[in-house]
Design a protein around this ligand. Sequence first.
Ligand SMILES: Nc1ncnc2c1ncn2[C@@H]1O[C@H](COP(=O)(O)OP(=O)(O)OP(=O)(O)O)[C@@H](O)[C@H]1O
Ligand SMILES: [Mg+2]
Length: 366
Amino acid sequence: MSYLKLSSLKKTYPNGVTAVKDLDLEIEKGEFVVLLGPSGCGKTTTLRMLAGLEEVTEGSIILDGKDITRLPPRQRNISMIFQSYAVWPHMTVAENIAYPLRLRKMDKKGIASKVQEVARICNIADYLDRYPAQLSGGQRQRVAVARALAVNSKLSLMDEPLSNLDAKLRVSVRTFLKEIHRNTGATTIFVTHDQAEAMALADRIVVMNEGRIEQVGSTREIYSECGSLFTAQFMGTPPANIQRVALASTRGRLVAAAKDAGAALDLGDQSAFPAIGRLTGGEVFLAVRPENIGIVEPNGINETSIEIVEPQGAYTILVSHVLGSEWKIMLEGDVDIRIGQKVSLKIDPAKVMLYDVQTTKRISLS
Ligand SMILES: Nc1ncnc2c1ncn2[C@@H]1O[C@H](COP(=O)(O)OP(=O)(O)OP(=O)(O)O)[C@@H](O)[C@H]1O
Ligand SMILES: [Mg+2]
């Protein structure tokens, strides 16, 4: 049996908005799970139900073998870190960390040594006598983490804890959180709408959309084997190029044609697509990640011209018209290419993703 089990969890707010619809999720002890999804998809609502801050409309929450669905927050032994710095401004760093321990009636000596221990782990031991206003944003968020760590809770919930930090600090606190997790093994559910953050931190990512789970998987699965069109559109910077196409087999090649554009794209030798018989004739959504497209000298196949060149240092993004739409191509390094230059596009057939036009679910190519 899993450590945390959410079964058919549902939340309808008093105003009639159903923010979470039928959520099923199992989490193992020690996992770092990230809930990822666009604004309003129900991430915070899910966390608040777990913490007991929001009543569950239907379904159940089992934590470590115990049904906690209706327990008040204090009896759940769950810690929560919010987006805003959830530290008390009128208490010093040491008092902030000690406060939940005092509530739990820990003795003075125990509290003092626990404060020292977590302050050392979180690298704030030098600031124990300061007030939050005398700390930087990143230091304040580390205090919040230290306070959560000190109580040894069964489950650690974090709702966009990095979103108030500037870009550079976000990355360093992110690395810090990952180290903390490696050292403590605390079961953690972390909420973000930032996919880079999700991919960097997660053992498993849960992609949410409109109150439902779209896909659960490792970073690699979520990114390279998107189970639905939604995930393919959501993941990646820039995201996958997506187009509704008809598939045909022409002289041993698999070709995608866009109806209105009168344009076609060669996807590669049809031997790369064992399911070819099932695929041709009908319409599908084609998704190709920008980094899975290469360019070669014009050779008569997929010829196009480059319209925009965006150097990014480590990589270069090119924009070109493919199948009547603007597609993005991502090449490693600083590429020497002119605007207007003619090239041939080479798609990696093993990385092509196809989706059913009705269900928008992934179609297996093998
Ligand atoms: N107290 C409330 N009463 C009514 N509706 C609410 C309440 N809180 C949230 N909602 C609605 O429930 C839906 C989910 O909100 P939630 O805060 O869980 O989203 P989220 O995924 O955390 O979004 P964000 O990334 O913007 O924080 C939204 O449509 C929101 O407007
Ligand atoms: Mg939220």
